[in-house]
Design a protein around this ligand. Sequence first.
Ligand SMILES: [Zn+2]
Length: 706
Amino acid sequence: MKKLLFVIFVLGLALVSCQSQKKENSTTMENPFFKEWTTPFGVPPFDEIKVEHYVPAVKEGIQQQQAEIDAIVANTAEPTFENTILEMDKSGELLSKVSGVFGPLNSANTNEEMQAVAREISPLTTQHRDNIMMNPELFKKVKAVYEKRNDQGLDAEQLRVTEKYYQDFVRSGANLSSEDQEKLKKINTELSGLSLKFGENLLAETNKNFKLVIDNEADLAGLSEDVVARAAEDAKKSGEDGKWVFTLAKPSMIPFLQYAENRDLREKLYRGYFMRGDNGNENDNKEAIQKIIKLRDEKAELLGFDNYADYVIDNNMAKTPEAVYDFLMKLWEPALDMAKQDVKEMQAIINREGGDFKLASWDWWYYNEKLRKEKFNLDEGEIKPYFSLQNAKDGIFYVAKNLYGLKFIKRDDLPTYHEEAEAYEVQEADGSLLGVLYMDFHPRDGKRVGAWSTGFRQASYTKDGKRIPRIGSIVMNFTRPAGDTPALLSFDEVSTLFHEFGHALHGLFTDGPYDRTAGSVPRDFVELPSQIMENWAAEPEVMKVFAKHYQTGEPIPDELIEKLQKSGTFNQGFITGEYVAASLLDLDYHTAENAEIDDVRAFEKASMDKIGLIPEFIPRYRSTYFSHIFAGGYSAGYYVYYWAAVLDTDAFYAFKETGDLFNPEVAAKFRELLAKSGSDEGMNVYVNFRGKEPSIEPYLKKKGLM
Ligand SMILES: [Zn+2]
């Protein structure tokens, strides 16, 4: 059963609504999903696939998989690994084939018709998943195999995939009495309603309930022309023609906090931001938080855990909340020290300028910009000519060749889903095929914002052991070429390309016999393969190879490299500190004794007082607008971004320590980590690569925190 089944159809649902047009006119024979694909490497025949092909193919795919599941259940032989786990793992081939095309295209190249299809198939696949996960007869068989797993002569991979399927069922409540299952369903329903409400409240508090209206031009002092122009536009849009409006959306708020000289207005705007959901009005989120925490605690207890953080983190690399606390405090202390030092330096600027006040949280951005100018001055315009898109592509290919011997060969003969998407055949050093990678660089209508890595087909094996190579895809929204000037990227964009390319390599290398475990990694591991690649992009030795001026061909000067590197350590006390403070708040909520939060404000204050948070900054998210944990999927998991950052830096040091950024032995071991990432617990996979658990020091050094 491909992982795709569980994730792909949730994308793109909340988009524009339009009447779904039923088109049942295509016959089964014409539907390319019902035929074998004869394209090179079996890539999807994008030119033949039409919108009306998806729904019938999904319906047929669901029926086929349901028949496969029914056959497992109907089998009267004693349940074994082969007749239960393996059959389940390899079921649903057609459904994977359709969702593997539909999911990625609904993100990278969608339109109203595609979105209508998404709305039509999403409930079908959700229902289908529930039918499998809540099938008591199927679970009985899985459980039977699980219980005798140690005396069936299973190998390590077979054991792991058996345990994973068993856990999937148990974590969904399959082991509970029918009475408790009803309780769990009720809790899940209530929780999703509350999360929805939390999100809606926050949306209203961000977009509707507050705006800063300025009608005196003098109050704009310090702001750049384009910021003022945008504020005038925002005013027009909200019926305040001739005035200027600033909102709590970050692109509007941050420049104001950075540059507006009027301190009272900075305070007014920032207060608007950090009081969201905490204003005692109809959009107040405090009650929702109390209910969510209580219900999550009940859910964890039903499923046999002490608290909700235990339940979530049990599935992660960190394993226990204690390990995460320990990790976060190692970051917190140096970050707090550095932030205190920055406070002193910013206070010195205030005093020097004759300001008779103490630095407050609404002053941080403003005085930090002054400090940044004093310490170094990085101009994006100077950097960009060295980072044409072609250079950046040369950079990723150079790194992949030197690490793994890979060759990327552009294949204009492969079908693509859009004329701007490029297809590459990926060859091993010996010329054999590793897989296919599509790359799609620029924004357009129908592409969602951001950058991501996905795939049209995951690397896998058939039941009889034939390897099926990966067809991957990375999608970005980079600056376009302008006239005769090629696309010139910011260094952020270059890092993004290396990042997504790292996810792509992970997918290409993945090599495991079972679909449930191959390449399937915990949430706090998933950004290791991607973030590690950003380290090569930032190494002077590598930059000198690929960062060449697009007109003169000169490599990037040392002085610019140095500025780029310094900018990576500036303000880290605040950046790391506000993140870690929010992560600790998240954990405190989800480990709270008896989970009765009487007073959200008091709970938050006690949590922050405990770690000695200084009043000059506040956590990145206060409780009432912490949507990652109360409306999104990051509850007891906000820490994962930094966990992965520590991992990737430590892993990169394995190369650095040898004095060779492309050390072949380390590269071979790292490739093994990528290939086998789902074959064992995350920490075991890591230790197998590194010879020890990750250490935090390389990260602290990189960020200037030690
Ligand atoms: Zn990523």
